[in-house]
Design a protein around this ligand. Structure first.
Ligand code: TXA
Ligand code: MG
Length: 348
């Protein structure tokens, strides 16, 4: 299949380009589009065959359900079986924005979307291109992140192009995404609201609104409530070690690991904070990527996936990443870094 990549204004999207995207969605095809979090790979959420194409294009396991995107509360109403008071509050405060709500679904959503679960994950994105596209299509849009399954989510049109070229007819490219990591998935079906995936809205922000909020931390042999959280994710091709500690200790450990990596003839890539970068530069890694200041987790969130992808593109055999504090958006950043590193995490 030939893939067309078109550049679209991210603030005032050109209507004829939106219409082109809406057309493909209406005829059951896939369109990649920007949201404020990451790029999505969209299909008509009411069309089981169109949604099945998403799983094929990504190589996504069938048991991993999709988030459905809407452009209005009225559209959301057509998909769920009522709203709890907490859900209402969340909608008022955080929609449109990076918060996905897991609610009881009604029968219009095909089973392939929810992987047979009785609940539906629903979100209203704030990106103008996403909102206009859904509005123009007049359809709820099922959309996972537009990456190949297992890879970091795409935060630019180029990332999508690399992963989806030849697999889908259209990519709407509006440049970089502002948040840079995925939405928070919040389950409101139990007694206490539960974060199934940390993301763009922090636990602290949710607790301010709802009181106690728990985080789903499944024990070994227990399945996470968001099926997607059980898969190894964001994994770069090279070996990756996540180092958490004071700047001084992290730099020391990285020094050892850079030497060890070079002795094994591996290219060594570093993902670090602005504060540690001046001390790491003289150690001559093959790639030094500054994620942002450790005091500004939103900066780190915005560049993390770009950094991970760059390490792969440049063929890093060993990747050393510096962790940040798990507060606010830092919790979501650390969740992604931990997943990318698999089991290799050192607290020093
Ligand atoms: O920011 C985002 O959420 C992006 C943009 C495109 O909106 N989308 C995204 O989708 O990250 P995806 O498919 O890559 O991740 C969705 C996560 C998965 O972990 C999935 O298992 C979980 O949400 N999920 C989806 N539907 C669910 C449901 N009904 N119940 C529990 N978890 C669900
Ligand atoms: Mg994803």
């Amino acid at each position: 299949m030939q893939t067309k990549r078109i550049y679209i204004d991210g603030i005032c999207p050109e209507i004829e380009l939106i219409q082109e995207g809406a057309h493909w969605l209406q005829v059951g095809e896939l369109v990649a589009f920007p949201t404020e979090t990451v790029y999505g790979l969209g299909a008509n959420a009411l069309d089981a065959l169109a949604c099945a194409k998403i799983f094929a294009a990504k190589g996504r396991p069938q048991d991993n359900p999709l988030i459905v995107h809407v452009c209005s509360r009225a559209m959301a109403d057509t998909l769920v079986d009522g709203w709890t008071a907490e859900a209402e509050l969340c909608v008022q405060h955080f929609w449109p924005g990076p918060l996905t709500l897991v609610l009881k679904k009604n029968s219009v959503i095909p089973d392939v979307v929810t992987a047979g679960l009785p609940h539906l994950a629903l979100r209203m994105p704030s990106h103008p291109v996403a909102l206009r596209l859904i509005e123009e299509a007049g359809l709820p849009i099922a959309a996972p992140s537009a990456n190949k399954s297992g890879k970091p989510s795409p935060t630019s049109g180029s990332h999508v192009w690399r992963d989806m070229k030849g697999k889908i007819p259209l990519i709407l490219d509006a440049g970089a995404c502002s948040v840079g990591l995925e939405s928070t998935v919040l389950d409101l079906s139990g007694d206490v609201p539960m974060i199934l995936r940390p993301g763009g809205i922090s636990r602290e922000q949710l607790e301010e609104l709802l009181g106690e909020v728990r985080v789903d931390t499944p024990r070994e042999n227990q399945a996470p409530k968001a099926p997607g959280m059980k898969y190894r994710h964001y994994a770069p091709q090279g070996e990756m070690i996540l180092l958490v500690g004071s700047s001084e200790h992290v730099v020391q450990r990285m020094d050892q690991e850079i030497r060890r990596g070079h002795a094994r003839l591996k290219k060594v890539g570093i993902l670090c904070t602005l504060e540690s970068a001046p001390f790491l530069h003289p150690l001559l890694p093959d790639l030094l990527f500054v994620l942002g200041s450790k005091d500004r987790p939103e900066e780190v969130a915005g560049s993390l996936f770009e950094g991970l992808r760059l390490c792969d593109e440049r063929g890093m055999g060993l990747i050393l990443a510096e962790g940040i504090e798990e507060a606010g958006l830092g919790a979501a950043v650390m969740n992604r870094l931990q997943k990318a590193a698999g089991q290799r995490i050192e607290y020093i």
